[in-house]
Design a protein around this ligand. Structure first.
Ligand code: PLP
Length: 344
């Protein structure tokens, strides 16, 4: 019999639980293009309230959430300031250019964090008609490529003040804002309050099969609804999926503490392996990125897989492990054992 692989490639590999499936099965549905799906409407109201925003919209993915948001906030020729390892820069298929005719201005950060002092020189002067127009500052919390690092709230606020000073929009890619919130005990509402717009995922740590939420003002969501339709994202009995998202928001946020704890347990072993290197300061939530010494990335992935563990690669030269709700504490102990065997 094939041994079950422990899959730490991503927190998106989870499968809906029995209870979540029941919620989906029992969902009341209608046509969401007519805005008549009661479960979608309920999810959107619940999420808007949770995030402290006027309105929210259920979209099919995190990429769709970020890209619709940027599209609504900008005009072709505009520029969005972000950190160099930001998901919107690295992993969204060039969509800002392809879908919205905008460009990104990536700035080198530390652990995914860019400060007002770093950002300000990159804001284009209004008089410079020959330059792109700065329109949005975007940050990511937690920061995926930096290893699930949390944006310090003081810096979030300082960057907001800078955005205000220059009349720029401030967008949060909060795909894993829930993981940040359980780690810092700062509510998602407090985090969201500093941004004009926020995108956050239901299909990562929260365990829903599909979906993200974008939230902001009523006017922003009205436009976002239009863009979602234009991009082919208007769907019909979407309540089947919204029910999973609603279940996830109501039941799966506080348990993320467990994922963060499991990541710390694994990090402790990684830190002690002679052929691995990890920056323990980056171990803040459920994502671990670390480097393999003396063993190539390909061999490392293969050797772990032979022993029943799936890892992935993060930024070039790094291995990545992400904990999630489908990995038990017992499996974490097995993971620790496999890592010791492969890398010592
Ligand atoms: C920070 C961040 N933003 C956005 C996304 C995109 O989410 P999706 O895969 O649902 O499009 C991801 C996915 O991993 C992510 O890590």
């Amino acid at each position: 019999m094939n041994k079950k692989l422990i899959d730490l490639r991503s927190d998106t590999v989870t499968r809906p639980t029995e209870e979540m499936r029941k919620a989906m099965y029992n969902a009341e549905v209608g046509d969401d293009v007519f805005q008549e799906d009661p479960t979608v409407n309920q999810l959107q109201e619940y999420a808007a309230d949770l995030l402290g925003k006027e309105s929210s919209l259920f979209v099919l993915s995190g990429v769709m959430g970020n890209q619709i948001s940027l599209n609504v906030l900008t005009n072709p020729g505009d520029e969005v300031i972000c950190e160099r390892d930001a998901h919107i820069f690295q992993y969204e298929s060039g969509s800002p250019a392809a879908l919205s005719g905008i460009q990104l201005m990536p700035i080198d950060g530390v652990s995914g964090v860019i400060t007002p002092e770093q950002i300000e020189p990159y804001i284009r002067p209004e008089s410079a008609y020959y330059m792109p127009r700065s329109k949005v500052i975007e940050i990511e919390n937690t920061h995926n490529r930096a290893g699930g690092t949390i944006q310090p709230i003081e810096n979030i606020i300082k960057v907001k003040d800078l955005a205000k000073k220059y009349k720029l929009f401030y967008h949060l890619d909060g795909a894993r804002i829930w993981n940040a919130s359980v780690a810092t005990k700062i509510s998602v509402k407090e985090y969201a309050s500093h941004f004009d717009t926020i995108s956050c995922c239901l299909s990562k740590g929260l365990g829903a099969p599909v979906g993200s939420i974008i939230a902001g003002s009523k006017d922003f969501i009205k436009e976002a609804f239009r863009v979602r339709k234009a991009w082919g994202g208007g769907t019909r009995q979407l309540g089947i999926l919204a029910a999973a998202g609603l279940y996830a928001l109501k039941n799966n946020i506080s348990r993320l503490e467990e994922d963060n704890e499991k990541a710390k347990m694994i990090a402790g072993v990684v830190n002690n392996c002679k052929n691995l290197e990890i920056d323990m300061k980056s171990v803040q939530t459920n994502i671990l990125i670390f480097q393999s010494k003396n063993i190539s990335i390909e061999d490392a992935l293969w050797n772990c897989k032979q022993k029943g563990l799936l890892l992935s690669t993060g930024k070039p030269g790094f291995l990545r492990a992400i904990t999630h709700l489908d990995v038990s504490f017992d499996e974490v102990k097995t993971v620790m054992k496999i890592i010791e065997e492969v890398f010592n």
